[in-house]
Design a protein around this ligand. Structure first.
Ligand code: FES
Ligand code: MG
Length: 570
């Protein structure tokens, strides 16, 4: 590729006043004139000490830079909004779309020929990828990698134990002193959550989509091989610019199908559904909620990782990583899908080997036959809802019970532990107004802790239904992402305590036993809650956010505007 064909030559290849301005200020970092003729590679960095899962990213960026320099590129690292899952209130999901706007505009407005996205903690992967898709430059992803497995009193612990601890705290099974010791032990090294939560799911998703070098998903953050992969990725993006290999060449419908199939086999997070729908929306690739059920139906669970199983990401890496899982799925996947290294997905996994069948099962002898994700419909959720069967209780998969309805998260917190609450293990807990508009931002509260009096009786699971999400590290018979959400005034909005609800996962239905006439009467009497805010981003978000079954992107952000900018700044 000739230097004048580089996108960056529209800045740095210019003569006269404009070229002078574009180059002169960059030279204050000591960059010699000849550097400006090289492919300019942006390293999109979500480093932040407020995002502890991504706090090692300056080191990772340094490794990427070495690769870019080695291949004859000009690396430029730039920061974007960083979404720290554990600290941000009311939920990072409220800001995923905002961060994606930052990424999109930062890439397009700057003299970049290609981009390396440094992804890690849950929302950093979809937000960066959504933004990059709307520009469509050559792009490669380097994930930050999972933490080492937490070790406590001779046992392995990880993020999913937080939900078990929450239940034990209610029943006095663990005290504050012990809790503090576990807190010291849980996050043992740099990196993101070490279970198959949303961050690991997203890392597997990008590898299955073909957007990272093979093996990227599972290498622990602090393993030296993570930096080697980062350096190789830096070299490869320079070649991708020369080949003009863009996101749209890789993110085809077969690639999305591969991601869905892989997600079923790894027991990935329910959040995968919302993020992949949003990414497909940016690329303009047709993808529906129903596709997740159809494509993951009959895909066995192969990966035995928490929260669906027993092990951790470190174990997955030692057992052969995602390539060994993909190899098991040969024949089910579109093996000829192109990936960022210029090879097909099949070429990348064909040499993989499984070193531990307890962690990665063979297709002939899976961890479980349960499908990764089931999409439910019915009068409660005409536009759909999801449940993760591998994380649910078999005895509740077909169940009818009376609803106990909480109108908001505050209502739930105020009443859930009341001694006189009319609830038993057959009750179905319903939580409203935790959807995209209603909360706003669709937080991970769907796996509500059970009433204390039932926990004390040894009950560990109940059916829970909400228009919210669940942490990818969570588990239970939890129906999520009810669409339309309660804030829109549909049937879910008008459920009342005592209504009989039937969940039937095998037949993919979720119904309330009320006639349409009764439901219509209730809908007509329904009144919306007053708006949360009247200014700022949150106002924009609540006005324009789409429902969960469409990916919860802002409606005006779907699609791609390309990389062209025709006007100059001076
Ligand atoms: Fe960052 Fe779990 S909190 S990945
Ligand atoms: Mg989360």
């Amino acid at each position: 590729m000739k230097e004048e064909q580089l996108r960056s030559s529209n800045w740095f290849g210019r003569t006269g006043k404009d070229g002078f301005i574009y180059r002169a200020w960059m030279k204050n970092n000591g960059i010699p004139h000849h550097e400006f003729k090289k492919p300019v590679i942006g390293i999109c960095n979500t480093w932040s000490e407020l995002t502890p899962c991504n706090a090692h990213f300056r080191d990772l960026a340094a490794a990427v830079k070495r690769g870019i320099l080695e291949a004859g590129g000009f690396p430029v690292e730039f920061p974007v909004m960083s979404l720290g899952e554990t600290l941000m209130k009311p939920t990072t999901m409220l800001f995923r779309n905002l961060a994606s706007m930052d990424v999109e505009e930062s890439i397009r407005a700057n003299p970049l020929d290609g981009v390396v996205l440094l992804c890690g903690c849950d929302k950093t992967t979809p937000s960066l990828l959504m933004g990059a898709c709307s520009v469509n430059l050559p792009t490669i992803i380097v994930s930050g990698g999972p933490m080492l497995t937490g070790r406590y009193k001779g046992k392995s612990i990880g993020t999913s134990d937080v939900w078990r601890l929450a239940a034990e705290l209610e029943t006095g099974g663990v005290n504050e002193t012990e809790l503090n010791s576990m807190e010291d032990a849980l996050c043992r090294s740099q990196g993101h959550c070490a279970v198959m939560g949303t961050a690991s799911t997203m890392a597997c998703m990008v590898e299955a989509l073909g957007l990272s070098l093979p093996g990227n998903a599972a290498i622990p953050a602090v393993d030296a091989r993570r930096k080697v992969l980062a350096q190789y990725s830096g070299s490869r993006i320079v070649e991708m610019v020369r080949e003009q290999l863009r996101l749209s060449d890789i993110l085809t419908r077969p690639a999305f199908e591969n991601a869905i199939i892989a997600n079923a086999a790894i027991g990935g997070s329910t959040n995968f559904v919302i993020h992949l729908l949003a990414i497909a929306g940016r690329m303009g690739t047709p993808l529906s909620l129903q596709d997740f059920d159809t494509l993951s139906n009959n895909i066995p669970l192969l990966v035995n990782l928490q929260p669906s199983g027993a092990f951790f990401m470190e174990d997955l890496y030692d057992a052969g990583g995602l390539p060994a899982v993909l190899k098991e799925l040969d024949g089910l996947l579109h093996g000829d899908a192109l990936t960022v290294n210029g090879k097909t997905l099949r070429e990348n996994y064909t040499t993989a080997e499984c070193y531990n069948r307890e962690v990665i099962a063979a297709t002939a002898d899976p961890v479980s036959a349960a499908t990764g994700l089931a999409v439910l419909t019915g009068n409660i959720c005409p536009d759909g809802a999801v449940i993760k069967p591998s994380a649910a209780s078999p005895h509740l998969m077909r169940h009818t019970g009376p609803a106990l309805v909480f109108e908001s998260i505050e209502d739930y917190k105020n009443r859930i532990n009341n001694e006189d609450l009319d609830v038993d293990e057959n009750t179905i807990l319903v939580l409203k107004n935790v959807g995209p508009k209603g909360y706003p931002g669709m937080p991970e509260v769907g796996n509500m802790t059970l009433p204390k009096k039932l926990l004390q009786r040894g009950i560990t699971d109940m059916i829970r239904i909400s228009d919210g999400r669940m942490s990818g590290t969570g588990f239970g018979t939890v129906v999520l992402h009810v669409s339309p959400e309660a804030a829109l005034g549909g049937n879910f909005s008008v459920l009342q305590t005592g209504d009989l609800i039937t969940l039937d996962v095998e037949n993919r239905t979720l119904e309330v036993q009320l006639t349409e006439a009764v439901l219509e009467q209730r809908r007509n009497a329904w009144k919306p809650l007053p708006p949360h805010v009247s200014r700022g981003y949150v106002h924009l978000y609540t006005q324009r956010v789409q429902q969960a079954h469409l990916g919860a992107d802002l409606d005006f952000l779907t699609g791609c505007s390309g990389a062209d900018v025709t006007k100059d700044s001076h």
